[in-house]
Design a binder for this molecule. Structure first.
Ligand code: PEP
Ligand code: CO
Length: 464
Protein backbone atom coordinates (compact mmCIF):
# COMPACT_ATOMS: atom_id res chain seq x y z
CA UNK A 1 0.00 0.00 0.00
CA UNK A 2 1.47 3.43 -0.91
CA UNK A 3 2.07 5.46 2.19
CA UNK A 4 0.74 9.01 2.59
CA UNK A 5 3.30 11.64 1.79
CA UNK A 6 4.47 13.95 4.55
CA UNK A 7 4.80 17.67 3.76
CA UNK A 8 8.33 19.04 3.50
CA UNK A 9 7.46 21.49 6.26
CA UNK A 10 6.58 18.73 8.71
CA UNK A 11 9.06 18.26 11.56
CA UNK A 12 11.82 15.73 11.18
CA UNK A 13 12.18 12.79 13.58
CA UNK A 14 14.33 9.64 13.27
CA UNK A 15 11.08 7.93 12.23
CA UNK A 16 9.56 10.55 9.90
CA UNK A 17 10.96 8.73 6.85
CA UNK A 18 8.30 6.08 7.49
CA UNK A 19 5.66 8.48 6.17
CA UNK A 20 7.39 8.63 2.79
CA UNK A 21 7.51 6.21 -0.08
CA UNK A 22 10.63 4.12 0.22
CA UNK A 23 12.46 3.11 -2.91
CA UNK A 24 14.11 -0.28 -2.51
CA UNK A 25 12.17 -1.09 0.61
CA UNK A 26 13.15 -4.41 2.08
CA UNK A 27 10.16 -6.72 2.46
CA UNK A 28 10.35 -8.82 5.64
CA UNK A 29 7.81 -11.52 6.31
CA UNK A 30 8.03 -11.45 10.12
CA UNK A 31 7.23 -8.03 11.59
CA UNK A 32 7.83 -9.11 15.18
CA UNK A 33 11.31 -10.32 14.29
CA UNK A 34 11.99 -6.93 12.62
CA UNK A 35 10.93 -5.12 15.79
CA UNK A 36 13.12 -7.37 17.94
CA UNK A 37 16.15 -6.65 15.72
CA UNK A 38 15.46 -2.90 15.78
CA UNK A 39 15.06 -2.92 19.59
CA UNK A 40 18.36 -4.73 19.91
CA UNK A 41 20.16 -2.24 17.62
CA UNK A 42 18.66 0.65 19.56
CA UNK A 43 20.07 -0.72 22.80
CA UNK A 44 23.59 -1.46 21.51
CA UNK A 45 26.44 1.09 21.75
CA UNK A 46 27.17 3.33 18.75
CA UNK A 47 29.70 2.24 16.13
CA UNK A 48 31.14 5.76 15.72
CA UNK A 49 30.95 8.88 17.87
CA UNK A 50 29.42 12.31 17.45
CA UNK A 51 32.77 14.05 17.88
CA UNK A 52 34.30 11.99 15.07
CA UNK A 53 31.36 12.96 12.87
CA UNK A 54 31.75 16.65 13.75
CA UNK A 55 35.46 16.41 13.03
CA UNK A 56 34.78 14.88 9.62
CA UNK A 57 32.30 17.68 8.95
CA UNK A 58 34.95 20.26 9.66
CA UNK A 59 37.39 18.45 7.33
CA UNK A 60 34.74 18.36 4.62
CA UNK A 61 34.05 22.06 5.13
CA UNK A 62 37.76 22.66 4.48
CA UNK A 63 37.66 20.43 1.44
CA UNK A 64 34.71 22.47 0.15
CA UNK A 65 36.98 25.50 0.48
CA UNK A 66 39.66 23.71 -1.60
CA UNK A 67 41.96 23.06 1.36
CA UNK A 68 41.60 19.28 1.59
CA UNK A 69 40.85 16.39 -0.76
CA UNK A 70 38.55 13.44 -0.10
CA UNK A 71 39.60 9.90 -0.97
CA UNK A 72 36.75 7.43 -0.52
CA UNK A 73 37.13 3.80 -1.51
CA UNK A 74 36.41 0.19 -0.76
CA UNK A 75 34.16 -2.68 -1.74
CA UNK A 76 31.00 -2.43 -3.75
CA UNK A 77 29.42 -4.96 -1.39
CA UNK A 78 31.34 -5.72 1.76
CA UNK A 79 30.42 -9.16 3.07
CA UNK A 80 30.39 -10.57 6.58
CA UNK A 81 32.88 -13.17 5.35
CA UNK A 82 35.26 -10.29 4.47
CA UNK A 83 35.65 -9.54 8.16
CA UNK A 84 39.17 -11.01 8.16
CA UNK A 85 42.41 -9.38 9.26
CA UNK A 86 44.26 -9.58 5.93
CA UNK A 87 41.39 -8.30 3.85
CA UNK A 88 40.80 -5.36 6.18
CA UNK A 89 44.50 -4.53 6.57
CA UNK A 90 45.09 -4.68 2.80
CA UNK A 91 42.18 -2.33 2.16
CA UNK A 92 43.46 0.11 4.72
CA UNK A 93 46.96 -0.17 3.31
CA UNK A 94 46.00 0.61 -0.28
CA UNK A 95 43.85 3.55 0.82
CA UNK A 96 46.68 4.89 2.92
CA UNK A 97 49.21 4.43 0.14
CA UNK A 98 46.93 6.14 -2.37
CA UNK A 99 46.43 8.99 0.05
CA UNK A 100 50.21 9.42 0.47
CA UNK A 101 50.59 9.55 -3.32
CA UNK A 102 47.84 12.17 -3.47
CA UNK A 103 49.20 14.25 -0.58
CA UNK A 104 52.56 14.28 -2.28
CA UNK A 105 51.12 15.30 -5.65
CA UNK A 106 48.50 17.81 -4.63
CA UNK A 107 50.11 19.18 -1.46
CA UNK A 108 46.89 19.12 0.50
CA UNK A 109 45.82 16.91 3.39
CA UNK A 110 43.69 13.99 2.26
CA UNK A 111 40.57 12.87 4.13
CA UNK A 112 40.61 9.07 4.10
CA UNK A 113 37.21 7.40 4.02
CA UNK A 114 36.70 3.68 3.55
CA UNK A 115 33.61 2.03 2.13
CA UNK A 116 33.77 -0.40 4.99
CA UNK A 117 32.46 -1.45 8.41
CA UNK A 118 28.87 -1.48 7.21
CA UNK A 119 28.80 -1.41 3.38
CA UNK A 120 26.47 -4.38 3.59
CA UNK A 121 23.26 -3.18 1.87
CA UNK A 122 22.92 -3.10 -1.91
CA UNK A 123 20.30 -1.60 -4.21
CA UNK A 124 19.64 -3.79 -7.25
CA UNK A 125 18.27 -2.87 -10.64
CA UNK A 126 15.84 -5.76 -10.45
CA UNK A 127 14.10 -7.05 -7.29
CA UNK A 128 14.01 -10.62 -8.64
CA UNK A 129 16.63 -12.83 -10.25
CA UNK A 130 16.15 -15.83 -12.53
CA UNK A 131 18.28 -18.90 -12.07
CA UNK A 132 18.33 -22.67 -11.67
CA UNK A 133 16.89 -24.43 -8.63
CA UNK A 134 18.53 -27.47 -6.99
CA UNK A 135 16.74 -29.77 -9.48
CA UNK A 136 17.94 -27.72 -12.45
CA UNK A 137 14.52 -26.17 -13.06
CA UNK A 138 14.13 -22.43 -13.77
CA UNK A 139 13.25 -20.47 -10.65
CA UNK A 140 12.88 -16.82 -9.76
CA UNK A 141 14.10 -15.63 -6.35
CA UNK A 142 14.57 -12.25 -4.70
CA UNK A 143 17.85 -10.60 -5.75
CA UNK A 144 20.76 -10.40 -3.32
CA UNK A 145 20.45 -7.09 -1.43
CA UNK A 146 23.67 -7.37 0.56
CA UNK A 147 24.51 -9.26 3.74
CA UNK A 148 22.54 -6.79 5.85
CA UNK A 149 19.41 -8.18 4.20
CA UNK A 150 19.90 -11.65 2.71
CA UNK A 151 22.61 -13.98 1.44
CA UNK A 152 24.23 -14.17 -2.01
CA UNK A 153 23.76 -17.93 -2.45
CA UNK A 154 20.98 -18.73 -4.95
CA UNK A 155 18.49 -20.59 -2.78
CA UNK A 156 15.08 -19.64 -1.44
CA UNK A 157 16.30 -19.79 2.14
CA UNK A 158 19.41 -17.66 1.54
CA UNK A 159 17.47 -15.03 -0.42
CA UNK A 160 14.78 -14.54 2.25
CA UNK A 161 15.18 -11.11 3.92
CA UNK A 162 16.13 -11.94 7.50
CA UNK A 163 16.01 -9.11 10.11
CA UNK A 164 18.64 -10.88 12.24
CA UNK A 165 21.12 -10.01 9.47
CA UNK A 166 20.90 -6.39 10.62
CA UNK A 167 22.23 -7.40 14.02
CA UNK A 168 24.91 -9.63 12.45
CA UNK A 169 25.83 -6.69 10.17
CA UNK A 170 26.16 -4.38 13.16
CA UNK A 171 28.37 -6.93 14.95
CA UNK A 172 30.68 -7.43 11.97
CA UNK A 173 30.88 -3.68 11.42
CA UNK A 174 31.89 -3.34 15.08
CA UNK A 175 34.61 -5.99 14.74
CA UNK A 176 35.87 -4.38 11.53
CA UNK A 177 35.96 -0.91 13.06
CA UNK A 178 37.70 -2.25 16.14
CA UNK A 179 40.48 -3.73 14.02
CA UNK A 180 40.75 -0.61 11.87
CA UNK A 181 41.10 1.56 14.95
CA UNK A 182 43.92 -0.62 16.31
CA UNK A 183 45.77 -0.68 13.00
CA UNK A 184 45.45 3.06 12.61
CA UNK A 185 46.63 3.60 16.18
CA UNK A 186 49.69 1.44 15.76
CA UNK A 187 50.69 2.76 12.32
CA UNK A 188 51.61 0.46 9.48
CA UNK A 189 55.24 -0.43 9.93
CA UNK A 190 55.83 -1.43 6.30
CA UNK A 191 54.67 1.92 4.96
CA UNK A 192 57.79 3.49 6.42
CA UNK A 193 59.61 1.72 3.63
CA UNK A 194 58.40 2.44 0.13
CA UNK A 195 60.43 -0.53 -1.08
CA UNK A 196 57.59 -2.62 0.38
CA UNK A 197 55.05 -0.91 -1.78
CA UNK A 198 54.96 -3.56 -4.53
CA UNK A 199 55.72 -1.04 -7.23
CA UNK A 200 57.71 -3.48 -9.38
CA UNK A 201 54.75 -4.03 -11.69
CA UNK A 202 55.14 -0.49 -13.03
CA UNK A 203 58.68 -1.32 -14.22
CA UNK A 204 57.59 -4.48 -16.00
CA UNK A 205 54.35 -3.23 -17.46
CA UNK A 206 53.76 -2.60 -21.12
CA UNK A 207 53.59 1.21 -20.86
CA UNK A 208 54.56 4.13 -23.08
CA UNK A 209 58.09 5.28 -22.10
CA UNK A 210 56.94 8.76 -21.07
CA UNK A 211 54.34 7.34 -18.70
CA UNK A 212 56.80 4.87 -17.22
CA UNK A 213 59.25 7.76 -16.65
CA UNK A 214 56.52 9.80 -14.97
CA UNK A 215 55.63 6.95 -12.62
CA UNK A 216 59.30 6.31 -11.87
CA UNK A 217 59.89 9.96 -11.09
CA UNK A 218 56.85 10.20 -8.85
CA UNK A 219 57.55 7.04 -6.90
CA UNK A 220 61.22 7.98 -6.43
CA UNK A 221 60.26 11.42 -5.18
CA UNK A 222 57.66 9.91 -2.90
CA UNK A 223 60.19 7.44 -1.51
CA UNK A 224 62.60 10.31 -0.85
CA UNK A 225 59.87 12.33 0.84
CA UNK A 226 58.91 9.38 3.05
CA UNK A 227 62.57 8.81 3.99
CA UNK A 228 62.96 12.49 4.73
CA UNK A 229 59.89 12.47 6.94
CA UNK A 230 61.14 9.38 8.69
CA UNK A 231 64.42 11.14 9.35
CA UNK A 232 62.48 13.90 11.05
CA UNK A 233 61.50 11.36 13.69
CA UNK A 234 58.59 12.18 15.98
CA UNK A 235 56.73 14.52 13.69
CA UNK A 236 57.53 12.52 10.60
CA UNK A 237 56.22 9.35 9.08
CA UNK A 238 54.68 7.99 12.27
CA UNK A 239 52.44 11.00 12.39
CA UNK A 240 51.55 10.55 8.77
CA UNK A 241 50.68 6.87 9.03
CA UNK A 242 49.15 6.93 12.50
CA UNK A 243 46.35 8.81 11.04
CA UNK A 244 42.65 9.28 10.77
CA UNK A 245 40.34 7.00 8.87
CA UNK A 246 36.63 7.47 8.56
CA UNK A 247 34.08 4.92 7.46
CA UNK A 248 31.13 5.19 5.13
CA UNK A 249 28.38 3.13 3.56
CA UNK A 250 25.27 3.56 1.48
CA UNK A 251 22.45 4.38 3.90
CA UNK A 252 20.03 2.08 2.18
CA UNK A 253 18.33 0.12 4.94
CA UNK A 254 16.64 2.86 6.95
CA UNK A 255 15.55 0.48 9.71
CA UNK A 256 19.23 -0.14 10.43
CA UNK A 257 20.22 3.53 10.14
CA UNK A 258 17.38 4.91 12.23
CA UNK A 259 17.82 2.32 15.00
CA UNK A 260 21.27 3.78 15.72
CA UNK A 261 20.26 7.43 15.27
CA UNK A 262 20.33 9.34 18.53
CA UNK A 263 20.90 12.54 20.38
CA UNK A 264 24.07 12.70 22.44
CA UNK A 265 24.77 14.71 25.58
CA UNK A 266 25.85 18.34 25.15
CA UNK A 267 25.54 18.41 21.37
CA UNK A 268 22.73 19.66 19.23
CA UNK A 269 20.96 17.43 16.73
CA UNK A 270 20.70 13.75 15.89
CA UNK A 271 23.61 11.59 14.77
CA UNK A 272 23.45 8.45 12.66
CA UNK A 273 26.00 6.47 14.64
CA UNK A 274 26.30 3.48 12.28
CA UNK A 275 28.93 5.32 10.25
CA UNK A 276 30.65 8.68 9.81
CA UNK A 277 29.63 9.33 6.24
CA UNK A 278 26.44 7.76 4.87
CA UNK A 279 25.46 8.35 1.27
CA UNK A 280 22.21 8.16 -0.66
CA UNK A 281 22.42 6.01 -3.78
CA UNK A 282 21.41 6.91 -7.32
CA UNK A 283 18.30 4.71 -7.02
CA UNK A 284 17.01 6.15 -3.73
CA UNK A 285 17.53 9.90 -4.07
CA UNK A 286 13.90 10.83 -4.86
CA UNK A 287 13.18 14.32 -3.51
CA UNK A 288 10.02 13.22 -1.71
CA UNK A 289 11.37 9.79 -0.83
CA UNK A 290 12.18 8.18 2.50
CA UNK A 291 15.97 8.36 2.15
CA UNK A 292 16.13 12.09 1.51
CA UNK A 293 13.68 12.62 4.38
CA UNK A 294 15.84 10.58 6.76
CA UNK A 295 19.21 12.07 5.88
CA UNK A 296 18.03 15.69 5.93
CA UNK A 297 17.70 15.37 9.71
CA UNK A 298 21.07 14.01 10.80
CA UNK A 299 24.26 15.91 11.63
CA UNK A 300 26.41 13.51 9.58
CA UNK A 301 27.81 14.79 6.33
CA UNK A 302 25.81 13.14 3.54
CA UNK A 303 26.78 12.13 0.04
CA UNK A 304 24.32 11.89 -2.84
CA UNK A 305 25.08 9.91 -5.97
CA UNK A 306 24.06 11.68 -9.15
CA UNK A 307 23.78 9.76 -12.41
CA UNK A 308 23.22 10.64 -16.08
CA UNK A 309 19.45 11.06 -15.73
CA UNK A 310 19.70 13.78 -13.11
CA UNK A 311 18.18 17.10 -14.02
CA UNK A 312 20.39 20.00 -12.80
CA UNK A 313 17.39 21.77 -11.23
CA UNK A 314 16.50 18.62 -9.34
CA UNK A 315 20.07 18.34 -8.02
CA UNK A 316 19.77 21.88 -6.64
CA UNK A 317 16.47 20.95 -4.97
CA UNK A 318 18.09 17.88 -3.45
CA UNK A 319 20.87 19.98 -2.01
CA UNK A 320 18.35 22.53 -0.67
CA UNK A 321 16.24 19.80 0.93
CA UNK A 322 19.13 17.96 2.52
CA UNK A 323 20.89 21.10 3.72
CA UNK A 324 18.28 23.88 3.98
CA UNK A 325 20.54 26.24 5.97
CA UNK A 326 23.46 25.73 3.60
CA UNK A 327 25.77 24.63 6.38
CA UNK A 328 29.29 23.91 5.28
CA UNK A 329 30.65 20.39 5.72
CA UNK A 330 27.27 18.72 5.10
CA UNK A 331 26.77 18.13 1.36
CA UNK A 332 28.78 15.94 -0.94
CA UNK A 333 27.69 15.53 -4.55
CA UNK A 334 29.12 12.34 -6.01
CA UNK A 335 28.66 12.32 -9.76
CA UNK A 336 28.81 9.02 -11.66
CA UNK A 337 27.85 9.92 -15.19
CA UNK A 338 30.08 7.54 -17.13
CA UNK A 339 33.09 8.43 -19.26
CA UNK A 340 31.02 9.09 -22.37
CA UNK A 341 28.38 11.28 -20.67
CA UNK A 342 30.33 13.29 -18.15
CA UNK A 343 31.65 16.04 -20.45
CA UNK A 344 28.07 16.86 -21.43
CA UNK A 345 26.25 16.16 -18.16
CA UNK A 346 28.51 17.61 -15.46
CA UNK A 347 28.89 21.27 -16.56
CA UNK A 348 25.12 22.04 -16.37
CA UNK A 349 25.01 20.59 -12.83
CA UNK A 350 28.04 22.65 -11.82
CA UNK A 351 26.45 25.79 -13.29
CA UNK A 352 23.11 25.15 -11.56
CA UNK A 353 24.77 24.70 -8.16
CA UNK A 354 26.96 27.75 -8.75
CA UNK A 355 23.89 29.83 -9.58
CA UNK A 356 22.15 28.59 -6.42
CA UNK A 357 25.09 29.71 -4.31
CA UNK A 358 24.99 26.43 -2.38
CA UNK A 359 28.04 24.86 -0.72
CA UNK A 360 28.88 21.34 -1.87
CA UNK A 361 31.91 19.12 -2.14
CA UNK A 362 32.33 17.93 -5.73
CA UNK A 363 33.30 14.29 -5.85
CA UNK A 364 33.79 12.05 -8.88
CA UNK A 365 32.81 8.36 -8.82
CA UNK A 366 34.26 7.05 -12.09
CA UNK A 367 33.07 3.51 -11.39
CA UNK A 368 29.28 3.31 -11.55
CA UNK A 369 28.76 4.88 -14.95
CA UNK A 370 31.34 2.63 -16.57
CA UNK A 371 30.06 -0.88 -16.02
CA UNK A 372 30.20 -3.19 -19.07
CA UNK A 373 29.46 -6.86 -19.58
CA UNK A 374 31.87 -8.96 -21.63
CA UNK A 375 30.66 -11.28 -24.38
CA UNK A 376 31.16 -14.06 -21.85
CA UNK A 377 28.67 -12.36 -19.50
CA UNK A 378 31.20 -11.06 -16.91
CA UNK A 379 30.58 -7.63 -15.34
CA UNK A 380 33.69 -5.50 -15.61
CA UNK A 381 34.98 -1.93 -15.93
CA UNK A 382 37.74 -0.61 -18.09
CA UNK A 383 40.65 1.19 -16.43
CA UNK A 384 40.87 3.67 -19.32
CA UNK A 385 37.20 4.63 -19.00
CA UNK A 386 37.72 5.19 -15.26
CA UNK A 387 40.74 7.40 -15.95
CA UNK A 388 38.86 9.28 -18.64
CA UNK A 389 35.95 10.07 -16.33
CA UNK A 390 38.29 11.47 -13.67
CA UNK A 391 40.11 13.55 -16.26
CA UNK A 392 36.83 14.90 -17.65
CA UNK A 393 35.83 15.93 -14.13
CA UNK A 394 39.07 17.86 -13.72
CA UNK A 395 38.50 19.56 -17.07
CA UNK A 396 34.91 20.52 -16.23
CA UNK A 397 35.91 22.05 -12.90
CA UNK A 398 38.86 23.85 -14.43
CA UNK A 399 36.51 25.39 -17.02
CA UNK A 400 33.92 26.36 -14.40
CA UNK A 401 36.37 27.73 -11.85
CA UNK A 402 35.24 25.16 -9.28
CA UNK A 403 37.31 22.49 -7.57
CA UNK A 404 37.19 18.72 -7.78
CA UNK A 405 37.16 17.97 -4.06
CA UNK A 406 37.40 14.21 -4.00
CA UNK A 407 37.14 10.81 -5.64
CA UNK A 408 35.08 7.72 -4.88
CA UNK A 409 36.37 4.32 -6.00
CA UNK A 410 35.45 0.67 -5.71
CA UNK A 411 38.70 -1.05 -4.87
CA UNK A 412 40.38 -3.70 -2.82
CA UNK A 413 43.91 -4.17 -1.55
CA UNK A 414 44.03 -7.67 -3.00
CA UNK A 415 45.11 -8.96 -6.41
CA UNK A 416 41.65 -9.56 -7.81
CA UNK A 417 40.95 -9.58 -11.54
CA UNK A 418 37.65 -7.75 -11.85
CA UNK A 419 38.43 -4.57 -13.85
CA UNK A 420 40.38 -4.75 -17.11
CA UNK A 421 43.39 -2.65 -18.11
CA UNK A 422 46.05 -0.57 -16.45
CA UNK A 423 49.73 -1.32 -16.06
CA UNK A 424 48.60 -4.39 -14.10
CA UNK A 425 47.71 -5.79 -17.53
CA UNK A 426 44.44 -7.50 -16.62
CA UNK A 427 42.88 -8.69 -19.90
CA UNK A 428 39.35 -9.81 -20.54
CA UNK A 429 40.48 -13.44 -20.57
CA UNK A 430 42.13 -12.93 -17.14
CA UNK A 431 38.88 -11.93 -15.41
CA UNK A 432 38.19 -15.51 -14.41
CA UNK A 433 41.53 -15.84 -12.57
CA UNK A 434 40.51 -14.16 -9.32
CA UNK A 435 37.03 -12.68 -9.65
CA UNK A 436 35.67 -12.35 -6.10
CA UNK A 437 33.15 -9.53 -5.89
CA UNK A 438 29.53 -10.45 -5.16
CA UNK A 439 28.45 -7.20 -6.81
CA UNK A 440 30.37 -4.62 -8.89
CA UNK A 441 33.96 -5.14 -10.12
CA UNK A 442 36.69 -3.44 -8.06
CA UNK A 443 40.11 -2.07 -8.92
CA UNK A 444 42.88 -4.27 -7.56
CA UNK A 445 45.95 -3.11 -5.60
CA UNK A 446 48.01 -2.25 -8.66
CA UNK A 447 45.19 -0.55 -10.56
CA UNK A 448 44.32 1.53 -7.49
CA UNK A 449 47.87 2.69 -6.98
CA UNK A 450 48.27 3.54 -10.65
CA UNK A 451 45.05 5.53 -10.58
CA UNK A 452 46.34 7.52 -7.59
CA UNK A 453 49.59 8.22 -9.45
CA UNK A 454 47.73 9.45 -12.53
CA UNK A 455 45.41 11.63 -10.48
CA UNK A 456 48.26 13.06 -8.43
CA UNK A 457 50.11 13.82 -11.67
CA UNK A 458 47.14 15.67 -13.20
CA UNK A 459 46.40 17.57 -10.04
CA UNK A 460 50.01 18.63 -9.53
CA UNK A 461 49.95 19.98 -13.12
CA UNK A 462 46.93 22.03 -12.09
CA UNK A 463 48.90 23.63 -9.30
CA UNK A 464 51.55 24.95 -11.71
C1 PEP B 1 27.47 1.84 -5.18
O1 PEP B 1 28.10 2.83 -4.81
O2 PEP B 1 27.85 0.67 -4.98
C2 PEP B 1 26.22 2.07 -5.97
C3 PEP B 1 25.27 1.16 -6.07
O3 PEP B 1 26.24 3.26 -6.56
P1 PEP B 1 25.07 4.07 -7.34
O4 PEP B 1 24.02 4.34 -6.32
O5 PEP B 1 25.80 5.31 -7.76
O6 PEP B 1 24.63 3.23 -8.49
CO1 CO C 1 28.93 -0.58 -6.63
Amino acid sequence: MPKPRAKASEPWTPESWKTRLEAHQVVYDDRDAVQRAVNKLQALPPLVTSWEIERLRSHIAEAQAGKRFLLQGGDCAETLADCQPDIIANKLKILLQMSLVLVHGIKKPVIRVGRFAGQYAKPRSSPMEKGKGPDGADVELPSYFGDLVNKAEFSADARRANPDNMVAGYQHAAMTINFIRSLVDGGFADLHHPEYWNLGFLEHADLPDALRDDYRKMTTELAEALKFMEALGETGIDELTRTEFFCSHEGLNLLYESAQTRRVPRRAGYFDLTTHLPWIGERTRQLEGAHVEFFRGVRNPVGVKVGPNADPGEVVQLVETLNPDDESGKMILINRFGATHVAEALPPVIEAIKASGRTVLWVCDPMHGNGVTTDGGVKTRNFDAILQEVEENLKAHRAAGTVLGGVHFELTGDDVTECVGGAAGVREQDLCLNYQTPCDPRLNYQQSLELALRLAGWMSEDRK
